[in-house]
Design a protein around this ligand. Structure first.
Ligand code: SP5
Ligand code: ZN
Length: 344
């Protein structure tokens, strides 16, 4: 399996996120990508390659132009306002407040486009997130050219970012950008299978009304977990996309026994949809010692997860999302990829 990796990920190096009422060091840190890179290399899973530059067009197929424009300028607006620390929002819209007026100041824009205080914009954010999108697009191109598998080692992650908003450590939705690009290259049906611990609210929003992209997500029940306001089982899509969204929320404490059942149910639905490609939003934050998560998967469970997905017998494009037990993140990810490679 070929891996795509860009060292430009390191330009996203936030100082702090708001946790428990205090600013704490970011869980989403550069070492995450480095340890995965090193584990993939040590496991000899295949070549590690740099991404190609796809330009901004494939990003604009998924994200609103005003939003992309904001992300590209946010740091200069922030520093022009005299700020030096990471750019974080101060407030958000509440129900009844307006979305049809876009604020003119940087504080207003941060508030307008974000949904949490865990996702700092820094000097290098734009460089890192465009590299991450190119990593996803390059992996998609490899699968589109006929290979059965590819691993896009994306960082920053993407699945919480929607068409017109960012948050959850995510700015551009790498998996959605890859899925849309595959459609634009001629794939008739694409599935995004999201196995990160958190619900992929951004991906769901992007493809909510789309019959050609099936979104399936296994995640911690939003009744008790971030992002709280999306990810319930009764969200099945709307309009032409009715029936092509599937959420399988699971309780805190879920181990492989509970997880395997949901994965099997997901795979049966995916088989029926018969996608040309499966894009896997992979997060290892389902691991038993993840510092911000409450599932109980063990190292070898990732091999089983990969094996089950490989048995879909479809081209598989893995896109990296979360995972914050950093010391274990490399081996957990490499074990998942090995489970795919052994069964693809
Ligand atoms: C891509 C991804 O996995 N994003 C996750 C964003 C989660 N942000 C909220 C973190 C809340 C942490 N609260 C628990 C702290 C326990 N010490
Ligand atoms: Zn996550």
């Amino acid at each position: 399996m070929r891996t795509i990796f860009s060292s430009d990920h390191r330009y996203q190096d936030g100082k702090a996120e708001l946790v428990h009422g205090t600013l704490e060091p970011c869980y989403e840190m550069p070492r995450r990508a480095e340890i995965i890179h090193d584990a993939v290399k040590a496991a000899a899973l295949g070549p590690i390659e740099a991404p190609r530059d796809f330009g901004i067009e494939p990003v604009l197929r998924v994200h609103a132009s005003g939003f992309v424009e904001f992300l590209s300028h946010a740091w200069s607006l922030w520093t022009e306002a005299g700020r030096e620390y990471d750019a974080l929002p101060l407030n958000w819209r509440a129900p009844g407040m307006r979305m049809d007026r876009v604020p003119s100041t940087v504080d207003g824009l941060l508030s307008y486009y974000s949904f949490d205080a865990g996702t700092p914009i820094t000097a290098g954010t734009w460089r890192a997130i465009t590299a991450s999108a190119n990593v996803a697009l390059t992996g998609a191109a490899i699968v589109n050219a006929g290979e059965r598998t590819a691993f896009s080692l994306c960082r920053p992650p993407g699945h919480h970012a929607g068409s017109n908003f960012y948050g959850g450590y995510c700015f551009l939705n790498n998996a959605a950008i890859a899925a849309q690009w595959l459609r634009d290259q001629g794939a008739k049906r694409v599935c995004v299978l999201d196995v990160d611990y958190h619900h992929g609210n951004g991906t769901q929003e992007i493809f909510w009304t789309r019959p050609d992209v099936l979104f399936v997500s296994i995640h911690s029940d939003p009744i008790a977990e971030y992002p709280y306001f999306l990810g319930y089982a009764d969200e099945t899509g709307a309009g032409a996309g009715e029936g092509t969204n599937l959420n399988l929320p699971l309780p805190h404490g879920t181990d492989w026994m509970g997880y395997a059942e949901a994965l099997d149910a997901s795979c049966r639905v995916i088989e029926k949809f018969s996608p040309d490609v499966v894009v896997v939003s992979f997060g290892a934050d389902t691991f038993e010692t993840d510092p911000i998560s409450q599932f109980k998967l063990k190292r070898e469970d990732y091999r089983r997860m990969g094996a089950r997905i490989a048995r879909l017998n479809r081209p598989i494009h893995v896109v990296m999302e979360g995972g914050y037990a950093v010391d274990d993140l490399g081996l957990n990810t490499a074990t998942f990829l090995a489970g795919i490679a052994e069964n693809a």
